[in-house]
Design a protein around this ligand. Structure first.
Ligand code: GCU
Length: 427
């Protein structure tokens, strides 16, 4: 067991390390060729976010909010991420660290165990830092992390966490490298930071359902959710909504100014969370790629066929999504419509110019195609169909786009862009 765990950790580290750099993209993944040639993308046409299912045009915010938007939410629920249950009846919060001064007194740390069910098996630890000198409730960025809280930040006072190994055991998390979340930088800018470990909600491997929250909700005798029910991304998003349930009860947090963020599969998660849980006031989706902000109809980098392959990440999506692997153009929605669900709330898409697999251009074009929805509310999107250069910060509009120079990662400098974006729209 221990051996698997160590191998798993090493692979993750190698992956995280290489993702941050430019790399030669693989030509074939899961036996499926990958296209990286703009000439081979082919023609595609996108469904119109502003035409309702009955063919009527949406021309005002009322029709958008009460007619078209609910239609699109249902599409993503039933066909891509899968429906999640509501707030669990047995949920309760145990604030076991009620406010410890940390970082030389600059921040107040809190730690909360959120029990996700009546039993004590399904629980997640929420770690919160708030600016100590705040005189009113603070805005806050909630991050969903690949790491248990004790590895996600540099703070020896955080409760030691556990991590999943592939054999279905939670083993003590061992620190092997410095944490990258710059908590003190957010605090110095008057922004609270909270983080949760995605594995506390549902493990990220194909048998994860046996141990995660989705397993608890299976119908008697069933081994998998129904075709339109939650995959792991939807479960992680559900967990973030439970973190929000707690944050709404905490009077030192301004619950009208809570943002959500995550990277990669957790960028897809942050986007889906903000798309359907409108309590989140702002969304930062990093390198979300296929099944996130990137256009699936654009055949570049990863495709629905790659992501839903049974050797890869099919368990992260509703079973219905698999049926579209050879016919993405029959989906009634695409990445631009996922983006549009966040309108009029601010949304930042962060990408990397050499992250070819995640198709940064596909995310940009999705933002361009979602802009008409933001415009209904008088809010700006990219405002151009010319891709910005790497490092260009001129597109931090309410529907914002920022591409760093580099690969599949959130780079240290990206956090400064996040802080600027949050200051612009949430302070
Ligand atoms: C894989 C997967 C992507 C995902 C990424 C990640 O590369 O194909 O869709 O975003 O993992 O989570 O790092």
């Amino acid at each position: 067991m221990k051996r698997y765990y160590i191998i798993g950790c090493l692979l993750t580290l190698i992956q995280l390390h290489t993702y941050g750099q430019a790399q030669t993209p693989p030509a074939v993944v899961a036996g499926i060729p990958v296209n990286y040639d703009e000439q081979q993308v082919g023609a595609y046409s996108l469904p119109d976010p502003l035409t309702a299912q009955d063919g009527t045009k949406v021309t005002d915010t009322d029709a958008w909010l009460h007619k078209r938007r609910p239609e699109i939410v249902k599409m993503f629920e039933a066909l891509q991420f899968g429906k999640a249950p509501g707030k669990p009846a047995g949920m309760r919060f145990e604030v076991f660290d009620k406010g410890t001064p940390v970082f030389g007194g600059a921040a107040i740390r809190k730690q909360v165990t959120i029990y996700l069910s009546k039993d004590t098996l399904h629980k997640m630890d929420l770690l919160i830092y708030l600016p100590a000198k705040a005189v009113k409730p603070s805005p806050l960025l909630l991050q969903v992390s690949f790491f248990p809280n004790s590895l996600a930040v540099e703070d020896p006072g955080v409760k030691p966490g556990f991590m999943w190994d592939k054999t279905g055991h939670k083993v003590p998390a061992v620190k092997t490298r410095p944490a990258t979340l710059p908590v003190e930088r957010f605090i110095a800018n008057g922004i609270g930071i909270a983080t949760v470990y995605y594995g506390d909600i549902e493990p990220d491997f194909k048998e994860g359902i046996r141990y995660g929250i989705r397993g608890l909700y299976l119908k008697p005798g069933a081994e998998q959710p129904a075709d339109d029910e939650w995959g792991a991304i939807s479960a992680w998003a559900w967990g973030l909504s439970r973190a929000m349930d707690y944050l709404q009860t905490d009077r030192s947090v301004d619950d009208r100014r809570i943002a959500v963020t995550g990277a990669s599969r957790l960028g897809k998660t942050a986007l889906w969370t903000g798309a359907h849980d409108t309590r989140f006031a702002l969304v930062i989706a990093s390198i979300s790629g296929e099944g996130g902000a990137a256009l699936s109809r654009r055949n570049y980098g990863e495709t629905v066929k790659h992501i839903t392959d049974t050797s890869r990440y099919f368990y992260q999506f509703a079973p219905n999504y698999h049926g579209y692997s050879d016919k993405v153009s029959s989906l009634p929605m695409d990445g631009h419509m996922l983006i549009s669900l966040v309108a009029p709330r601010p949304l930042l898409l962060q990408t990397g110019n050499t992250d070819y697999w995640s198709d940064p251009k596909g995310e940009f074009l999705a933002a361009v195609a979602a802009e008409p929805v933001y415009r209904l509310f008088g809010k700006q999107g990219p405002g151009t169909d010319v891709m910005p250069a790497a490092g260009d910060t001129s597109l931090l509009h309410p529907l914002g786009y920022y591409m760093h120079a580099g690969g599949h990662a959130v780079l240290p400098g990206d956090y400064d862009v996040f802080i600027t974006f949050i200051h612009k729209y949430m302070k």
